[in-house]
Ligand binder design. Structure first.
Ligand code: NAD
Length: 542
């Protein structure tokens, strides 16, 4: 029972620690990384209700930078585990959905504080070890972005609840923001620990119960997340983590009458498949399920003839190659005006030579390995394809080495064909393709940028000419959900640049904003008449 109207603490973005040599955070993280690397292999269970479920099907967890090293195993389940997770979620639903918002929010705010404090090194080290991020990429994802998601979501959820209707004399109108009826399903990608946590957590914050299926390559950090949620006080059955084959999980979940919502982040092809399956089962469900999906990208950088060349070069290197280009927002196609191309080319080639590649255990490495064999083969396939074509040239990188880890050099392709395959398709690796356009063809180039790919996630335009920036903003209105002027297209910050794209890139429900949280509630309007009328006749009857 709440004896008051409370205010969620005002959220402020979590400061990013530097990990500079000699800093205490660097020493703590190195110690944690070494401990987790050297300890006995761990055994990651499924979390179903209050049970830690183990099976005889143990799957190895290996660092992408050293694929022969086994960090531990996770327990692979089958359809019966999906059914058990749904059952556990539905049993927890009544109490959780009725629980006061303050109690629910406190759990996730506590989780944020645990990550900011005693779990920071552990969640960062887990992300470095199992997802191949360097210390900075792990810090901005697994610590800062996740802490921000948890704190800002609580604040935005409160703001949603404060939106109430007008009331005429003698009436009190109220809107209740109910959890969805049934259970929800979170399906998360490998590339962001913060997204993996946020998708189930934000639905749970709004009173929903969740079956959560993470990507197999993110299992190590997924377990740390469950540890944190449980320590923060999350009751049994509210978030149930299962490790089963995606289609097996989908087969059970999407045929269940109480399925009420899908929160997905991953590739466009998988999302389309899931949406179709839900559509085919529509008559099965008690309610129309909510479907939110943030999916692929083919994110662009456009450099106008007036652009600051150093800013463009920096934007390309950070935008295309941080985390090996495995961000949905990573720059992967660039359009550079021919008058500034020679200067940018020289800067780019010079700087790329300075990027060190190797394990995240060595903090001086900028580039680490790509996530797994499947990704390595796919990215290598694109590079081999480019090597065999006449209308492009690989001007930097191109070497791939999977002898120890899945290492691919940052690769730059220059093409004379703006519709070249690597200008169009999502590669999801450290490959940037550049098309050099005539400086007097800026408007036509903007049309090209808008129409070349099916995606519309992020994009950046560099120019010092204000007219050019304004023209680009208008011409590319629907080409990106996150549009950057004179900045790289990656690195959206919760509360500052709500994130998501449209077209083939998703439903654009902007993770980490009130728009997203609204999808996980079903409002009920309550009209209460204080003194009801007792005569059916209106005045005009007399
Ligand atoms: P993926 O689509 O391969 O996998 C995503 C999740 O879906 C995983 O948990 C996977 O096991 C599951 N899955 C796969 N097939 C399934 C099926 N048939 N039924 C049910 N679940 C299934 O994506 P990934 O490789 O983990 O992540 C990379 C992709 O995610 C890229 O396309 C990237 O652009 C996208 N992404 C988008 C955003 C965004 O905000 N737009 C953010 C991060 C990643």
């Amino acid at each position: 029972m709440a004896h008051g109207t409370f205010q969620v603490p005002f959220p402020v973005n979590e400061p990013v620690l530097s990990y500079a040599p000699g800093s205490p955070e660097r020493e703590e993280l190195q110690d944690m990384y070494n401990h987790m690397y050297n300890q006995e292999p761990i055994d990651v269970p499924m979390y179903i209700g209050g049970e830690h479920v183990r099976t005889s099907d143990k799957r190895p967890m290996t660092p992408p930078q050293e694929h022969r090293k086994v960090l531990g195993h996770f327990n692979y389940g089958d359809a019966s585990h999906v059914e058990a997770a749904i059952k556990a979620a539905l049993s927890a639903r009544k109490q959780w959905a009725a629980f006061s918002f303050v109690e629910r929010a406190t759990i996730f705010l506590k989780a944020a504080d645990l990550i900011a404090g005693k779990y920071r090194a552990k969640i960062n080290a887990a992300t470095m070890l199992s997802q191949g991020k360097n210390c900075f990429q792990a810090e901005v994802d697994a610590s800062c972005e996740l802490i921000d998601f948890l704190r800002f979501n609580a604040y935005f959820a409160q703001e949603i609840q404060q939106v109430q209707p007008e009331s005429a004399d003698g009436i009190w109108n109220r809107t209740e923001y109910r959890a969805l009826e049934g259970f929800t399903f979170a399906v998360t990608p490998f590339n962001f620990t913060a997204i993996a946590a946020n998708l189930p957590a934000c639905m749970a914050l709004m009173g929903n119960v969740v079956v959560w299926k993470p990507a197999e390559t993110q299992m190590y950090s997924a377990q740390v997340l469950m540890e944190i949620f449980i320590e923060a006080g999350l009751p049994d059955g509210v978030i149930n983590l299962i490790t089963v084959d995606g289609p097996v999980a989908g087969d059970v979940v999407f045929k269940h009458k109480d399925f009420s919502g899908l929160h997905f982040t991953g590739s466009t092809a998988v999302f389309r498949h899931l949406w179709k399956t839900i559509g085919e089962n529509l008559e099965t469900y008690k309610s129309y399920p909510r479907i939110v999906g943030e999916t692929g990208g083919k994110d662009f950088v456009v450099a106008h003839s007036s652009a600051n060349t150093k800013a463009v070069t920096t934007g390309l290197i950070r935008g295309a190659f941080e985390y090996q280009g495995q961000k949905c927002s990573a720059a992967s196609r660039a359009y550079i005006s021919d008058n500034i191309w020679p200067e940018i080319k020289e800067q780019l080639l010079g700087e790329l030579k300075t990027l060190k590649m190797g394990s995240p255990a060595d903090f001086s490495n900028f580039i680490n390995a790509v996530i797994d064999r499947r990704s390595f083969d796919k990215i290598q396939g694109y590079i081999e394809y480019a090597k065999g074509q006449d209308d492009c040239e690989i001007i930097s990188g191109g070497a791939c080495d999977d002898s120890v880890g899945y290492f691919i050099e940052p690769t730059v392709i220059v093409t004379s064909n703006p519709h070249f395959r690597t200008m169009v398709e999502e590669i999801f690796g450290p490959v940037l393709t550049i098309y050099v356009f005539p400086s007097n063809d800026f408007d036509a180039t903007l049309k090209l940028v808008d129409s070349t790919s099916e995606y519309a996630l992020t994009g950046a335009v560099f120019a010092q000419d204000r007219y050019a920036l304004s023209a680009a903003k208008d011409a590319l209105e629907h080409a990106a959900g996150n549009f950057y002027l004179n900045d790289k297209p990656t690195g959206a910050v919760v509360g500052q640049q709500p994130f998501g794209g449209a077209r083939g890139s998703g439903t654009n429900d902007k993770a980490g904003s009130a728009l997203n949280l609204l999808r996980w509630v079903s409002p009920r309007t309550v009209k209460e008449t204080l003194v009801p009328v007792e005569d059916y006749r209106y005045p005009f009857h007399s």
